[in-house]
Structure formats: structure tokens, C-alpha cells
Design a protein around this ligand. Structure first.
Ligand code: T5A
Length: 243
């Protein structure tokens, strides 16, 4: 069991990203290599872009590659997070300001990171999360107009250095995505927003992808599911395959 191996100090954990150093016992210092840190993958996109549909494919791909996968979502992922989700998506009778909305997203996120995401990554698992902080930049930033610098300040406070290793951005024209989402269910509090709102969300996502091309990979989600899966497969092979 790799997690229990004790390796002499000179064989430092440099090749194990995020490995913890627990020096104790016997007469000379040792390092307990707990596990290589897991991989944090997020799925993002506008309404109806196909995140939930393709999440199952991503999970299967990773499991076939022999990885243990924790699937979760935001807002949500914990009992508190799911209750916050309910307020944010279904509290149509409530007045929720843009600032409150953003802070509620981060309150749910803080709990999610502490109870689900960090423990899973520390155990060497892959965390597959349906939306994360890019959604806050896109919806509360681009959509509602909260300055990115304010979001970044709270992001640093809540997340420390935790950022996704890989983000799959499912890109579909706004109208097509809304049509797909609309076919399915009654609109939630966000889905009731205007096309202009979603155009700003879309533009913000693309701008973030352009500024971080290594982490954020744009998937053309307007294509058939089969073609979308091919694109996802080649990104996973490149980014996760060798890790
Ligand atoms: N939010 C979230 C914030 O404002 N700030 C934040 O910080 C966070 C974390 C969460 C809401 O919260 C907001 C954003 C969201 O509005 P959600 O349920 O996670 O809500 O997000 P939604 O976008 O509402 O989820 P959807 O289920 O609508 O979109 P998906 O998951 O992208 O789309 P999916 O997979 O359900 O597909 C929609 C339909 O299209 C079909 C599917 O079969 C399905 O019927 N489809 C395709 N059809 C043809 N070809 C393809 N390639 C297809 N791909 C999917």
C-alpha cells in the first residue's frame, strides 16, 4: 500500500504533488508519503450545454483508466450546499441581491471544499465537479456585474490555493443551450434570466478559457453527443492519461 510506505527524507516528495510530510517515529526523520494528490476536474458551461449528460461519460472514462472518482456538484455537494442550492435555484419568492447570491455560492463552496473536495484529493482520488468557481465569475461576475477582483478576493480567502487542474468548458450558442434546457423542465431562478444575461455568461466563460488555455479546454458541445465524447476523450487522454 503506497499510502503507508515510509520513505527516507532524502527521497523527498517532490514528485508527489501535495503529499503530506508527517515526520515522526524511530530515531531518524522519515516522511510518510500519504498519496499523490488527486486530480480536480470541473465541468462548466451555460444552460443546457451538456455538462450533466457528459459527466457520466467522463466518470466512466476515468474509472476505466483505473481511477477512483468522486462525483459532486455546485451549488451542492453537502447537506448545507444542497439547502443553499434549493434557495438559490428555487427561492423565486425571495429577494436575493447579486452580492448575497455570490456569498451564498461561496458559503456552500467552503463547506464543500472542507468536507468533500479536499479530503478526496488528499486521498488521491479524482474529484469530478459539475460547476465550480468559474461559474461564479461567469454568472455573478459576467451575468450580474460583480467585479472580477471582488470575486477573486473571496476565492483566495475560501479556497486558498485550490484551483481545478482541468476544466472542461462545454460551449454551445446561448439560444441552442436554452432550447435544450427548456425542453426538459420548468425554469429555475437562473433559467428565467434574459438572453442578454446568458450572452454575458457565455462571453465571460470564453474569456476565461482564452486566458487559461492550459487548464480550461473548450469542448464544442453543439456537435452530436458522439463527437462531443470524442473531444472529451482526447482531452482526458492528454491531461489525465499519463498521470
Ligand atoms: N451557478 C452555479 C451560479 O450562478 N454560480 C455558481 O457559482 C454556481 C456553481 C446551477 C445553476 O447555478 C448557477 C448556474 C446554474 O444556473 P445546474 O443544474 O448545475 O444549475 O446548471 P444548469 O446549466 O441549469 O444544468 P443543466 O442541466 O440545464 O445544463 P447541462 O447539465 O449543461 O445540460 P444537460 O446535460 O442537462 O443537457 C440538456 C439537454 O440537452 C441534451 C440533453 O439530453 C438534455 O436533454 N443534450 C444534447 N442534445 C443534443 N446534442 C448534444 N450534444 C447534447 N448534449 C446535451
Amino acid at each position: 500500500q503506497q499510502g503507508r510506505d515510509q520513505i527516507p527524507a532524502e527521497r523527498k516528495a517532490a514528485d508527489f504533488r501535495g503529499a503530506r510530510q508527517d515526520a515522526h517515529c524511530h530515531d531518524k526523520p522519515v516522511i510518510n508519503i500519504v498519496m499523490p494528490r488527486g486530480i480536480f476536474i470541473t465541468l462548466e458551461g451555460g444552460e443546457g450545454a451538456g455538462k450533466s449528460t457528459n459527466l457520466a461519460f467522463v466518470r466512466k472514462w476515468l474509472e476505466r483508466a483505473g481511477r477512483e472518482v468522486v462525483v459532486t456538484r455546485e451549488p451542492g455537494g453537502t447537506e448545507l450546499g444542497e439547502r443553499v442550492r434549493d434557495i438559490l435555484l428555487h427561492g423565486r419568492e425571495l429577494h436575493i441581491s447579486a452580492e448575497s447570491e455570490m456569498l451564498l455560492m461561496f458559503a456552500a463552496r467552503a463547506e464543500h471544499i472542507a468536507r468533500v473536495i479536499r479530503p478526496a484529493l488528499d486521498a488521491g482520488k479524482i474529484v469530478l465537479c459539475d460547476r465550480f468557481t468559474d461559474a461564479t465569475y461567469a454568472y455573478q461576475g459576467g451575468g450580474r456585474g460583480i467585479p472580477a477582483a471582488r470575486i477573486a478576493a473571496i476565492e483566495s480567502w475560501v479556497q486558498g490555493d485550490l484551483r481545478p487542474d482541468l476544466t472542461l468548458l462545454f460551449d454551445v450558442p446561448v439560444e441552442a443551450g436554452r432550447r435544450r434546457a427548456g425542453l426538459r423542465s420548468e425554469p429555475d431562478r437562473f433559467e428565467q434570466e434574459s438572453n442578454e444575461f446568458f450572452a454575458r455568461v457565455h462571453a465571460t466563460y470564453l474569456a476565461r478559457a482564452a486566458s487559461e488555455p492550459g487548464r480550461m479546454r473548450v469542448i464544442d458541445a453543439s456537435q452530436s453527443l458522439e463527437k462531443v465524447e470524442q473531444q472529451i476523450g482526447s482531452v482526458l487522454k492528454e491531461v489525465v492519461g499519463g498521470r
